[in-house]
Write a protein that binds this ligand. Structure first.
Ligand code: ATP
Length: 413
């Protein structure tokens, strides 16, 4: 099967030219370049995907160095992994030397040695990701599918390539569910059986790798589908016995999407995922996933604020009272609670703080107060605080009103 026509149809012209140039240079070095992984899968499905992974039978770093010298590309080489990234103005290309992988023990990172394209395809997670397209000038566009993976794609099946796959690397359980839910596919029967058998192998995976896979899930359009499915399969329970995927999570994730930019969503999803957990469980979760300090702070704050929400559930609160109750919390914790709280009053107050109150500033600063005869030090601090409070509560709004209030406050003291 030749896919040159599809490549032309789905890839932007400029990207195609870059790929052809690389492949031409590889041929001059006696090397062959292939398009692999997700881009091949998506090309066959007819979905646009400009995230191209190229495999080189030869030396990917040497090839990338040569390409960078003769083009505008910026090169990032990883000699240790024999991989390179070429950054162009509008695109990024990942190049990797074809490799063979063996696993010394379950969950360990694989031992990698140079190999052929066939070695490189058989090491992959699922059949839908284990096809290649030749980019060599003499057979450009030829689909290479030694394991009849295209059948699985047509039958919408997620299939592992050997029975020990989940034992070697249980992150594939999370990856498989992500693809299953993204494409609306199903696990092939034996794969489904092995996945259930091997759920406990998630224990062999480092926190960083589990977190990374959850982050990938959180970049999906509707991550709640994968979260719920992982819940049903017992995978969430394996990561932390208190984690759940349910209708509540689905509703809150959906709400989060309406409030936040996609790039900021994964952190918010993390805060919502642990919303129903007790403090002890959250600590276990943070430690298990080796969550970085900033996000850990936001997740702990989410719970701390949740327990203080009754204070916000009063209609009589002044804006300044809301401000003082909330100013110490991480913005992410405020948003998580604004989405997840059961009380509409508390939600309104959180939203008011998040969108408005936290930005309120006085028009007058220290220099201007000095000119009004207020001396620097505790007195000025107090006046500034009173001005800020009055501004929050709408008692002053113009600079002149602030001035008048500052003068009357300084006369009193
Ligand atoms: P997408 O980004 O759409 O999820 P992708 O194919 O680009 O799909 P990546 O995470 O970028 O996904 O991985 C690139 C390729 O590397 C995959 O298609 C797969 O073949 C392979 N791969 C990634 N992770 C694993 C793994 N844990 N085990 C085996 N192969 C893997």
């Amino acid at each position: 099967m030749n896919l040159a026509g599809q490549i032309e149809q789905y890839l932007p012209r400029q990207l195609m030219e870059l790929v052809k140039d690389i492949s031409g240079q590889a041929a001059n070095l006696g090397q062959k370049v292939y398009l692999v992984g997700g881009a091949v899968r998506d090309l066959l499905l007819g979905y646009p995907n400009f995230d191209l992974d190229l495999v080189v039978e030869g030396d990917a770093v040497k090839l990338a160095q040569q390409v960078a010298e003769t083009s505008q590309a910026n090169l990032l080489a990883h000699h240790r992994f024999s991989t390179a990234k070429l950054r162009y103005e509008n695109f990024t290309l990942d190049l990797a030397t074809a490799r063979k992988e063996t696993y010394a023990r379950p969950g360990a990172l694989p031992v990698v040695t140079p190999g052929t394209l066939m070695d490189d395809l058989i090491r992959r997670d699922f059949s839908i990701n284990a096809m290649a397209i030749s980019l060599a000038p003499n057979d450009y566009g030829e689909l290479i599918d030694p394991h009849q993976c295209r059948n699985d794609l047509e039958q919408r099946l997620i299939r592992i390539l050997h029975p020990g796959s989940f034992t070697d690397d249980a992150t594939r359980i999370l990856r498989g569910v992500r693809y299953e839910q993204r494409f609306g596919f199903e696990f092939e029967a034996q794969t489904a059986q092995l996945l259930k058998r091997d759920i406990s192998m998630l224990d062999t995976i480092s926190g960083d790798r589990i977190r990374h896979e959850l982050e990938l899930i959180f970049r999906e359009k509707r991550p709640e589908l994968a979260v719920n499915r992982l819940g049903d399969l017992g995978a969430l329970h394996r990561i932390n016995p208190s984690l759940k995927g349910d209708a509540w999570i689905a509703e809150k994730f959906d709400k989060a999407r309406r409030l936040k930019k996609p790039s900021q969503l994964p952190s918010l999803y993390f805060c919502l995922l642990i919303y129903s957990l007790r403090q002890r469980d959250i600590e276990q979760f943070l430690a298990r996933l080796n969550i970085p300090a900033k996000l850990s702070r936001a997740m702990r704050d989410t719970l701390r604020l949740k327990t203080s929400l009754p204070l916000l559930d009063k209609s009589s609160l002044k804006p300044s009272e809301i401000y003082y109750l909330l100013r110490e919390y991480e913005p992410l914790a405020i948003q998580a609670n604004a989405i997840a709280s059961d009380s509409s009053m508390a939600r309104r107050h959180l939203q008011l703080f998040f969108t408005k109150l936290r930005y309120v500033k006085t028009a007058l600063d220290g220099e201007e107060l000095k000119r009004l005869g207020i001396s620097a030090g505790p007195e000025m601090g107090k006046v500034l605080q009173m001005l800020h409070k009055a501004k929050l509560d709408g008692e002053v709004s113009t600079r002149a009103e602030e001035k008048k209030l500052a003068q009357s406050l300084s006369l009193k003291s």
